[in-house]
Design a protein around this ligand. Structure first.
Ligand code: G3P
Length: 199
């Protein structure tokens, strides 16, 4: 029913909105993550302040923010459009968080979590592509953009669940759009490489 949709979308939006990177960096370093590095409220930028463990911790928490609710929804509703609506709301919450004036992260870690629940096989391949891109070019953003594009293509041809195809395409387009600043930096040859710390 419409009420269930409203409740699931609202709850998922709120869960997605929890700004993990902001909270962790604030707690450990006392600074606002939006004022350092890329300014992004995500694992990659947390790593620039906190190092490897900050990256792993924020990545894991943001991925779980997507994975756990979608697993629960899937267990309750199966392959229902409601599950996809919840998943989109989780990523939208992460990237347009109501707790930070609607400017959050780029949806990569949370997207990883939702697709680990919705299309684990394709996600695994996308993760390998990410790893290869990262090893070659040393830019998280380029790895994320490439992985998002490949994931959309793989899910498009790899699932019978039609709405999952469209939904994956929409998320991939959103994630790539959120990286438009990174794309401009990559083109200029100014994108940050992994391992460079800010403060
Ligand atoms: O998680 C987003 C990542 O792909 C790029 O982050 O901070 O380098 O813009 P950042």
């Amino acid at each position: 029913s419409v009420l269930i949709y409203f409740l699931v979308i609202a709850l998922c939006y709120l869960i997605g909105s929890i700004p993990t990177a902001y909270l962790v960096v604030k707690r450990i370093k006392g600074i606002d993550i939006r004022t350092v590095g890329s300014g992004n409220v995500g694992a990659s930028n947390a790593a620039r302040v906190l190092g490897k463990w900050g990256f792993i911790g924020v990545l894991f928490a943001d991925a779980m923010k997507g994975f756990l609710p979608v697993m629960l929804l899937k267990a309750l509703y199966g392959e229902d459009t409601l599950v996809l609506a919840g998943a989109v709301a989780l990523v939208v919450g992460h990237s347009f968080t109501c707790f930070l004036k609607f400017k959050g992260g780029k949806g990569v870690a949370t997207g990883l979590g939702i697709f680990l629940a919705l299309a684990p096989f394709q996600l695994l391949i996308a993760a390998v592509i990410f790893g290869v891109m990262l090893a070659v070019f040393r830019m998280i953003s380029l790895g994320s953009i490439t992985a998002a594009a490949f994931l959309a293509a793989m899910v498009w041809f790899g699932t019978e669940w039609h709405y999952l195809r469209y939904m994956t395409l929409i998320i991939a387009v959103l994630v790539i759009w959120l990286h438009r600043g990174n794309i401009a930096r990559i083109v200029r040859g100014e994108e940050r490489k992994v391992g460079e710390r800010t403060s």
